[in-house]
Design a binder for this molecule. Structure first.
Ligand code: ATP
Ligand code: MG
Length: 443
């Protein structure tokens, strides 16, 4: 089988060959090429030592010399070139105590996590598949190279990687690999939050985010996200629901667009429900105030995962507002206030989660809920069309105007602007300079 390699990759392999070294494209790019998917990046493995690689190419970066990795720069593109290596003992379930370089490709492939990730390719040799990677690709199986028990003992992150690849590729995890994953899951507590977040994010934005349930079954979430286990164990005895909180959450994750923000918002939108649950005397469950609790919990969880601040901010917004429109009378005024508090820029995300949320509910009074949502959309569109003020910067007066009317510089200015916004949200026609000045004069 031939794989179409980018020109730069052929060039790097060719230059290494000219100096008498072996070199191959390896890992994810070989796997994805065989599957007809577009590789994220092209990694190269070689018999040359980092020092030898640096001598051959004009522009290189020392990415991880102790692990044998040099980045070769071609135009503005970087390619990781890593020396064949054998990983030493893993005493911390995370990374090898030491790595040694080797001139044997087979030894390098042996240290890799899964058979489908342990294949190498160059145009001369073709595919090197020593551990049954092609067969596992054909059968849709994630299987460790070698003894899964040892492989997960070495690096517990591989447990999450197994489920992540299953989710990206729509594969299943081989039973021996699964069994070992469940056994070693507790060791994930020793893996850094950053590495865990990377794998969880890749799983969530994949085509099969429902595999998060595999993470639950394997005991992974009980270590990295015990709050999720609580959702899986919380029934919802309510005519509006047909799933427990966990299965409902999985439905919502599947039904929002596959972006990081939306998938985390879906994962966390009901995370506060277990602790908000009350049961009335008819036996019906209620979850009053759960959106607010979910927002607080989302913040804590995402910080724990070392998530970037922009994502945390956006997820919190969506979680906080996902339940708006579920009860109470919706008027144009209430939608205006909602848009002002939430930020109109989140309205699209609000609709995304709302629609997905409904898909994860029962049909009970569904038409009614859909009608409420279409009213919200109609009011939103009118508000935008009319250009109603939604924030202080939309007001017809600014801080300077207010000070010119005798309000002293300081917190009073901001308070006055907030008060004016409140009035204008109630009655948009007040947003004219003279009318607002009259209000200030009357204070
Ligand atoms: P992606 O599409 O996410 O980039 P990938 O397979 O390229 O998938 P990387 O994390 O980029 O995954 O790693 C590149 C290769 O390095 C893998 O294909 C695998 O051979 C090896 N590898 C990466 N992480 C590990 C690990 N924790 N244990 C063993 N081998 C690993
Ligand atoms: Mg990769």
């Amino acid at each position: 089988m031939m794989i179409e390699m980018p020109q730069d990759v052929r060039f790097i392999i060719g230059e290494l060959n000219k100096k008498g070294f072996e070199a191959y494209a390896v890992g994810g790019c070989v796997r994805d090429s065989i599957l007809g998917r577009t590789p994220n990046d092209w990694d190269i493995t070689t018999s040359a030592t980092p020092f030898e690689v640096k001598n051959i190419f004009r522009r290189t970066v020392d990415t991880g010399l102790q692990h044998g990795t040099v980045t070769v720069l071609i135009k503005d593109q970087g390619y990781e070139v890593t020396t064949y290596r054998i990983d030493g003992e893993y005493t911390d379930h995370r990374r090898p105590d030491e790595v040694t370089f080797t001139r044997e490709l087979s030894e390098d492939l042996l240290r890799r996590d899964f058979t489908i990730n342990a294949m190498a390719y160059n145009d001369e040799t073709g595919i090197v598949d020593l551990y049954g990677g092609i067969q596992d690709l054909e059968e849709g199986v994630i299987r460790c190279v070698g003894n899964p028990d040892d492989r997960f003992d070495e690096d517990a992150l591989r447990i999450m990687r197994a489920v992540r690849f299953a989710a990206q590729l729509g594969f299943s995890v081989d039973s021996a690999t699964r069994e070992a994953a469940a056994k070693h899951a507790p060791e994930l507590s020793q893996v850094s939050a950053e590495r865990i977040e990377t794998e969880l994010t890749k799983l969530l934005i994949s085509d099969h985010p429902e595999k998060v349930v595999d993470m639950y079954e394997l005991g992974i979430t009980s270590i990295i996200l015990p709050e999720f286990d609580k959702m899986m164990e919380t029934e919802q005895n309510s005519p509006y629901h047909m799933y427990d909180v966990g299965r409902h959450t999985v439905e919502v994750i599947k039904n929002v667009p596959p972006t990081k923000v939306m998938r985390y918002a879906a994962l966390l939108h009901d995370i506060g429900k277990p602790q908000c649950k009350t049961t009335d005397d008819k036996g019906v469950d209620h979850f009053k105030g759960h959106a607010m609790v979910s927002e607080e919990m989302s913040s804590k969880i995402l910080k724990r995962l070392r998530m970037d601040n922009d994502t945390i901010r956006d997820v919190k917004k969506i979680v906080r507002w996902h339940d708006y429109g579920i009860s109470g009378v919706i008027t144009k005024k209430s939608v205006r206030k909602m848009l002002s508090s939430m930020g109109e820029q989140y309205f699209g995300e609000y609709l995304d989660i709302k629609r997905a949320d409904m898909k994860g509910q029962s049909d009970y009074r569904l038409a009614e809920r859909q009608e409420v949502l279409s009213n919200i959309i109609r009011f939103h569109d009118e508000i935008m069309e009319e250009g109603n003020a939604l924030s202080i910067k939309d007001l017809a007066v600014n801080g300077k105007d207010i000070m010119d009317l005798g309000i002293p510089k300081g917190p009073k200015v901001g308070e006055t602007l907030s008060y004016l916004l409140e009035r204008v949200l109630e009655e948009p026609t007040l947003n004219e300079k003279s009318k607002l000045e009259d209000i200030i004069k009357g204070l």
